[in-house]
Design a protein around this ligand. Structure first.
Ligand code: IMP
Length: 427
């Protein structure tokens, strides 16, 4: 029963799409377990580039069953447009399964996300504005709408009423907006029900049975470890658990079933939105990483903040996720630098600190302590094995592995499906 979790080891956008896709052929189920259409995976297949937000990347592999688990929040209109886009390009999406327990991002959740951010002004989180936080807040407040509610109009109406009760007070009295009508929301949500119906299933039962039958199940995290609501740089985080434990709760699979946890690690660091980022660069190097790495959000189109590799964060990701392996991505982006600084520890209030501080105040004050590694200028995009890499690139990878606390089992050397060096097989 190989059950693998694949997740971002930094602040998201590590190139998970490529990693999941690499495993695609040998995987029977690919499961999203948290987040929603705030995520963005780019998958390159041949000369085709696909940007996925909500759908698991397994949707591009015909033999694979893509699953949206109970821990995901779904905006049905976004789901349909993503499905339409794929269908127009000839991708068969009929195998998709959606948990009836997944929560629905309602139009009022999107409104609340946007007005709250505007209200926060300089203190804003920099959310994607997709209604993710307010939908999870409703879930925790027990006023959320689940996919299964779309099949019982009376229950749905009662739930929308309960959810809008307080929100309309807030919208009209605090945010100076018009109240949202219950009837209109119910009508919109019901209009999604028929098209969703063929996909809705008891995904928990199906996945556990699949594991009993020795099928390969891949749990695909959205965002990244440092954006985790519990283990990330709170409050500058998303509202779910991308860390490994989230795969269990977000898909209904026990921790004893998980056999491998793979962290996707970019060869440098990026972050979108607000919040601390010790190795962030504000100079030409940062600009070059952004340009060469194409560091622009798939979902929001925002420029990503860029910086050098941070081994403190990688070690932290190894610890909180129990990582068994790393997939190092975008090594080719670093080609051409004579020297590459790597953050090995922080200086906080004059003291050297080796591990991520639990205190937010300390983390805000953390200054990176760098070690500089020699760079390489050779094109590495055609490298097929580790020994094909120039010596300095090999040493860079080995140094990162040693600092990060788990073996690097694959290396991305270009965006294409075949531009990957596999060192240890994941399955
Ligand atoms: P939210 O998930 O839209 O609530 O946004 C919360 C924070 O997470 C913001 O800083 C976003 O930029 C960030 N975020 C959300 N999804 C992603 C992602 O897929 N990659 C990187 N950052 C993300």
């Amino acid at each position: 029963m190989p059950a693998l979790v694949l997740l971002g080891a930094q602040w998201g956008d590590e190139g998970k799409g490529k990693a999941t896709d690499l495993l695609g052929g040998s995987v029977d189920y690919v499961v999203r377990y948290q987040g929603g259409n705030n995520a963005g995976h780019t998958v390159v297949v041949g000369d085709q580039k696909y940007a996925l937000h909500l759908l698991p990347s397994g949707i591009l592999t015909p033999e694979c069953t893509p699953v949206i688990g109970n821990g995901v929040v779904i905006d049905p209109s976004v789901l349909f447009s993503e499905l339409n886009g794929l269908n127009e390009r000839g991708v068969d999406t009929s195998k998709l399964l959606i948990s009836g327990n997944a929560h629905v991002i309602t139009p009022y959740n999107v409104t609340v996300d946007k007005v709250t951010e505007r209200f926060l002004g300089k203190r804003k989180i920099g959310t994607t504005g997709r209604g993710i936080g307010p939908t999870y807040a409703d879930k925790i407040n027990r006023v959320g709408i689940r996919i299964q509610d779309l099949y019982d109009e009376s229950i749905l109406t009662q739930k929308v009423e309960a959810a809008l009760d307080g929100k309309n007070q807030l919208l009209t009295k605090v945010f100076n907006r018009r109240a949202i009508e219950v009837g209109q929301v119910v009508e919109e949500l019901l209009s999604y029900a028929d098209r969703l119906k063929p996909y809705v299933a008891d995904t928990v039962l199906i996945l556990n049975q699949a594991l009993e039958d020795d099928k390969v199940v891949l749990f695909e995290g959205g965002q990244g470890t440092l954006l985790d609501i519990d283990h990330g740089t709170y409050p500058f985080v998303t509202s779910s658990n991308p860390t490994a434990g989230g795969a269990c709760t977000g898909a209904g699979v026990g921790p004893t079933k998980i056999s491998r946890v793979i962290g996707i690690l970019k060869a440098y660091t990026t972050r979108v939105g607000s919040g601390p980022f010790p190795t962030e660069l504000f100079d030409e190097d940062g600009e070059a990483l952004r340009r060469i790495g194409g560091e622009r959000g798939v979902t929001t189109g925002r420029d990503r903040r860029c910086g050098w590799f941070d081994a403190v964060i990688a070690r932290y990701a190894t610890r909180v996720n129990g990582l068994t392996d790393f997939f190092l991505t975008k090594l080719d982006v670093l080609t051409g630098w004579e020297q590459i600084p790597v953050c090995v520890a922080y200086e906080i209030d004059g003291k050297r600190v080796e591990e991520l501080p639990y205190s937010q105040t300390d983390f805000h004050h953390a200054k990176p302590i760098y070690e500089t590694l020699p760079g390489w200028s050779e094109d590495i995009t055609k490298a097929k094995s580790f020994s094909d890499l120039p010596k300095n690139a090999q040493d860079y990878v080995k140094a990162l592995e040693e600092m990060s606390g788990a073996p690097i089992s694959a290396i991305g050397v270009g965006p294409g499906r075949d531009e990957t060096i596999e060192i240890n097989s994941f399955i």
